[in-house]
Design a protein around this ligand. Structure first.
Ligand code: C2O
Ligand code: CU
Length: 428
């Protein structure tokens, strides 16, 4: 491995462990160098982008309560920014042009430093021309370990990625206007990139599923394990939930803990295609204990009067009219509006009523915070950072805006974002 990792004791920085005992926070230092690379995808050698020579980028890891320091050294011919998707971090570390920092020019470097308050499955990716840079490979997993991790034999990262290639099997440079105005750039080479090749029957494993694909929604079926969903978008469920197909829209994550019965196969049920496998070798005695719930992350609690906002998704082919210039719009504006959707004091609880007035599905992602998806009965549902809203659907999300700064709220189908589907929120 080319990337460096040093662990040092932070200068007397104390964090509280889950048990309430003070522990010393470590500082985890990494260097990420975005650069052009050659990688083999779909059986072809391709000119793509990677971090530190690897495609996708290396797995970054830290413990809950640690401080991370990541130096980004831009080895591209173009600008770059790195966003730490799903982390509640200081606004100026969020990696978003216009709202939080300038683009890092070629040959320049930039230091990101932030504490990591939540354990879970997160990821990082380019947030500059991201529909292009992410589709070429500028993404990687970011894993924050619990102070007391669950009892499993293997902790496995699974990235579901698709790439669009042309007739000769080479990365397709062209994204047509029709793609931007419809489902986006849906790849024809689909892979599940797994961090481990083999398991034993009887092993208990944790699968960290991540969808870094720019536009594709997966209907994921997992064969060969009997288990439950324990977290969504990094955040633990109170009770592990049984599952059949897992819908994973761009940017979303899902953690599963389960016992291996056979080779683990990842398939997309919509198109009936296997995306990847983990082979099973040998056999061991299975655990008899139930699938454990993960320890909760510290969550802000909604309080006080709710501030309300409405956000209508518009545009695209076949309807969804709006006044903005681009293909896609939110509340009649295409691209970042001059004024934020919400301008609130820190600690305000906001209810945002989403309505998808288009003929296509979208996944709305909020930076720097998680929010509750409202269930049909109005009760707070899952706590996530991206919510999948199908064509014609409406949904409320409830969010305690407790992190000061300017935060982007956008469709994580990156072709839609590139073509206007983005807004922002200001927390003062
Ligand atoms: Cu995963 Cu605004 O991004
Ligand atoms: Cu969208």
């Amino acid at each position: 491995m080319k990337w460096t990792r040093r662990e040092t004791l932070g200068g007397g920085l104390a964090a509280l462990s889950a048990a309430g005992m003070p522990t010393f926070a470590a500082t985890r230092s990494y260097t990420l160098r975005p650069e052009p690379i050659m990688a083999s995808v779909g059986g072809m050698r391709q000119e793509l982008l990677g971090f530190n020579g690897s495609w996708p980028g290396p797995e970054l890891r830290a413990g809950q309560g640690d401080h991370m320091r990541v130096r980004v050294e831009n080895g591209l011919q173009d600008g770059v920014l790195v966003h730490w998707h799903g982390l509640r971090l200081p606004n100026r570390m969020d990696g978003v042009s216009v709202l939080t920092q300038d683009v890092i020019p070629p040959d320049a470097s930039h230091d990101y430093r932030f504490p990591v308050p939540d354990a879970g499955t997160f990821w990082y990716h380019s947030h500059y021309l991201s529909y292009d840079q992410v589709s070429r490979g500028l993404f990687g997993p970011l894993i924050i370990d619990e102070q007391q991790p669950p009892d499993v034999d293997h902790d496995i990262t699974v990235q579901l990625f698709d790439m669009l290639t042309d007739d000769s099997g080479v990365y397709d440079e062209d994204t047509g206007a029709e793609q931007f105005a419809a489902t986006g750039r849906i790849g024809n080479v689909m892979t599940a990139i797994v961090s481990r090749e083999t398991v034993q029957r009887g092993d208990r494993v944790r699968l960290r599923l991540i969808n870094p694909s720019i536009d594709r929604v997966y209907s994921l079926r997992i064969n060969g394990i009997e288990g439950k969903i324990v977290a969504l978008d990094g955040m633990p469920l109170e009770q592990p939930q049984p599952f059949e197909d897992i819908i994973l829209a761009p940017g979303q994550r899902c953690d599963v803990i389960g016992d291996v019965s056979d080779a683990i196969a990842f398939a997309d049920d919509d198109i009936g295609q296997t995306l990847g496998q983990i082979a099973a070798q040998g056999q061991r005695q299975r655990r008899t204990t139930a699938i454990p719930a993960l320890p909760p992350n510290p969550m802000p609690q909604p309080k006080g009067r709710e501030v309300k906002a409405r956000l209508v998704m518009q545009g695209g082919a076949g309807g969804g009219k709006h006044d903005g210039f681009g293909t896609w719009a939110l509340n009649d504006v295409s691209g970042l509006p001059r004024e934020p959707l919400l301008n609130v004091r820190r600690g305000t609880t906001a209810r945002i009523s989403l309505y998808n007035a288009t003929a296509f599905d979208h996944v709305m992602h909020l930076h720097g915070h998680h929010f509750w998806e409202n269930s049909e009965t109005g009760q707070p549902g899952d706590y996530r950072d991206g919510t999948f809203v199908r064509a014609g659907e409406a949904r409320d999300i409830l969010c305690v805006l407790d992190n000061p700064g300017n935060w982007m709220l956008h469709c994580h189908m990156l072709s839609h974002q590139a073509d206007g589907m983005a807004t922002w929120i200001r927390v003062a």
